[in-house]
Design a protein around this ligand. Structure first.
Ligand SMILES: [Zn+2]
Length: 152
């Protein structure tokens, strides 16, 4: 096995027993020459460049994939944790086409596929007629306050 000790003379006159910086240098951290340090630095520079060129793309892709999966898992977990089919006062919650959630009036329940009327968006003006949309799911993971939808 290669001798990895520095071996350069110390102040005490004995050979230095420190480990060489690497197998590219003859000296240890204390005794390496400028040339050895430059050689070592150039090696790592090249190594990093090689890593960047050769592997960065793959590593970045793997990182994005892992982050995306994590975000999706978190979103699923949050959605299932927040999913509720009734408001605190017992009204049915429905999700309609376009994904928005509404609460039905007290005592009224609808099924998936039923039509409900929802208020027109405010930018249609306060006199705009309600819009008819289809219930696409019962319940919602939306946690904000819900506008009321009416059957039919
Ligand atoms: Zn040394």
């Amino acid at each position: 096995m290669e001798d990895m000790t520095c071996g350069r003379p110390t102040k005490a006159g004995t050979p230095c027993w420190n480990r060489r910086i690497s197998n590219r240098t003859a000296g240890c951290q204390n005794h390496a020459t400028e040339l050895e340090r430059a050689t070592e630095a150039a090696y790592w520079e090249g190594y990093r460049d090689g890593m960047r060129a050769g592997e960065e793309h793959g590593r970045q892709a793997a990182r994005w994939e892992a982050e995306r999966e994590l975000r999706e898992a978190e979103a699923r977990e949050t959605a299932s944790r927040n999913h509720r089919e009734r408001t605190p006062d017992g009204r049915q919650i429905v999700t309609v086409e376009r994904g928005y959630a509404y609460a039905m009036p007290p005592g009224i329940s609808v099924a998936v596929g039923d039509q409900v009327s929802i208020p027109a968006p405010y930018w249609h003006g306060s006199s705009a007629p309600p819009q008819r949309v289809t219930v696409t799911a019962l319940g919602s993971s939306y946690t904000g306050s819900l506008v009321t939808a009416y059957p039919g």
